[in-house]
Design a protein around this ligand. Structure first.
Ligand code: 13P
Length: 250
């Protein structure tokens, strides 16, 4: 059986002193969970998060990275830099980066490859807009994003990727996909993986749901057949609320 992975995406929130206090609180609240717990924090919080999370079951991730290892890319951070301070995960291709920072399927693919080349575990985000959903294009969009993101990756790395299905219309809007809709979308991503890489990879790969996940809907979403946990934005900013989501099955 696949494990459940619950990741918080703080986006552009939280200062170092808040990070320390948050992780001290959260670590006490989630210490007994069997689920994997990840916090993806701003670059300026990474060091503090890593120090505070030492000796706990909380893993730390970044929210983006550049695909080149080093060079004249003012303002960018590479996978090698993240790995050098022991960051374990990195979100790649979040819809906010695709929308506001010109991220494309091609740069997402390069970033996935660079993350593995440097020993980081990518959390790949895919998801359709409201317009695409209303035009019955959701499945086509998310399977294509998945295919292009993983293109050319060594087969043995595919099931190390965590995929987060995040319908754009559900992010930060309070509108959650129904558990059936989210589960069906995730099944279609898993089927695409099955077609491309076979049963073993498809049955092992972790696919999360993201978009207005809260403690009141986490259990219903995460207990479906194919949703393997969540990528949580707003509700991950308060440790008590995020802990309830992590502990959805306790
Ligand atoms: P919300 O949980 O705030 O809707 O954000 C989801 C998200 O974008 C996580 O990456």
């Amino acid at each position: 059986m696949r494990r459940k992975v619950i990741a918080g995406n703080w986006k552009m929130n939280m200062l170092p002193n808040e990070t320390i206090g948050y992780i001290e609180s959260l670590s006490k609240l989630v210490k007994d969970t069997e689920n994997e717990v990840i916090l993806c924090v701003p670059y300026t919080d990474l060091f503090y998060a890593l120090m505070t999370a030492q000796g706990t079951n909380i893993k730390i991730g970044a929210q983006n990275m550049h695909f080149e290892e080093k060079g004249a890319y003012t303002g960018e951070i590479s996978a090698k830099m993240l790995k050098s301070i022991n960051v374990e995960y990195v979100i790649i291709g979040h819809s906010e980066r695709r929308q506001y920072f010109a991220e494309t399927d091609e740069t997402v693919n390069k970033k996935i490859k660079a993350s593995f080349a440097n020993g980081l575990n990518p959390i790949l985000c895919v998801g359709e807009t409201l317009e695409q959903r209303e035009s019955a294009l959701a499945e086509e969009v998310i399977t294509k994003q998945t295919r292009l993101a993983l293109d050319g990756l060594d087969d043995e790395l595919i099931d190390k990727v965590i995929i987060a299905y995040e319908p754009i219309w559900a992010i930060g809007t309070g509108k959650t996909a129904t558990s059936d809709d989210a589960n069906n979308a995730i099944k279609s991503i898993r089927n695409e993986i099955r077609k491309l890489y076979g049963d073993k990879v498809a049955d092992n790969i972790i696919i999360q749901y993201g978009g207005s996940v809260k403690s009141s809907n986490a259990k219903e979403l995460f207990e479906t057949s194919d949703i393997d946990g969540g990528l949580v934005g707003g509700a991950s900013l308060v440790p008590e609320e995020f802990a309830k989501i992590v502990n959805f099955n306790n």
